[in-house]
Design a protein around this ligand. Sequence first.
Ligand SMILES: [Zn+2]
Length: 407
Amino acid sequence: MKIIGPFKQVVTLADLPLRGSLKDEQLEIIENAGILIESCKIVKVDNFETLRKEFPNVTLEETEGEQIAMPAFTDCHTHICFAGNRANDFSMRNAGKTYLEIAESGGGIWSSVKHTREATEEELHKTLCTRIDDLVRQGITTIEIKSGYGLKLDCELKMLRAINHAKEKTPAKLIPTCLAAHMKPKDFNGDSEEYLNYVLEYVLPVVQEEHLAERVDIFIEKSAFQPEESKAFLERAKAMGFEITVHADQFTPGSSRVAVECGAKSADHLEATSDEDIDYLAKSNTVAVALPGASIGLGDSFAPARKILDAGGILAIATDWNPGSAPMGKLVTQASILATFQKLSTAEVLAGITFRSAYALGFEDRGVLSEGKRADMVCYKTDNYQNVLYRQGALEPCAVYIKGEKY
Ligand SMILES: [Zn+2]
């Protein structure tokens, strides 16, 4: 057992609903608090002096200066296992070049596929570990990571092995997802339905056999896979025992509906979701994941987070960190910007990057600082928790704890 403290404030996020809008008055903020931890879990958050009196013989891990603490974050949607660099895509896009012109000049997603195919597993693993370290230092202790730049059996496996290998190198919780259905690769001999069958028959069985991922994702979009074939794919993946998630409604509407119909754990992107589909999604148990980093990277509109919350949906926010459309990889910055454009309360943003995003990955044991929850916390040198979002990411954590241990 140990007590960490004192903290000027601890924002516990306790007793908040999983879905719907939140007001800041609903936040539990314990002033002059201490946090009691035993075997990786929170035992109690209470007034520091009260805790010290109640548990006088417990080790004290004293904080330096004025600090606040809150639950550590979950990034439930990333593509951080990749090789190569797409800075030229960014320049070309901003200079008005089309998707096709960028692809013809050697950019676009195919460039990430080429570089990732050429990289060794060790090279992928190394850059991946650097990006994981970057995320953990931001206070993110649960990270989802997708494959999807291999697009053929050996390279999809190479990516997933690199991700699984990284589990040994970090105390953060990593959740691999197989996104072999990112797009039909240029060099595949057949149509998109045949490619999806190839993924089902040749890729997913090995992924399952080698325990490389328990989740399957698909990109449903005009330029990738169509709703009908995707639905059949998702149903078969689900029947194999995979949890499913969908890249939905990024540029054209219609696919979040497929995600809900298939019982997907989450529908991610949603920049183009229609009002009717927002309602349908919000009434389901599928988590709506907003990815402001992609909107910022592409200069597109943001997901209708306000409407989703008002309709009673479960809203999570993630970085979508990827080399093409969302290269920034800063969760708090992106979530704060989403808040200004979508008029989200601080409580809604914090819920969206903690217990609600953890729920999108199937976890209910984290993202809240209350009894029995995982002792993953992020601390900032400030006297007011509001400064975290107010500074839009410029205020960086002074400490990150994973299972009660300082990172
Ligand atoms: Zn994505």
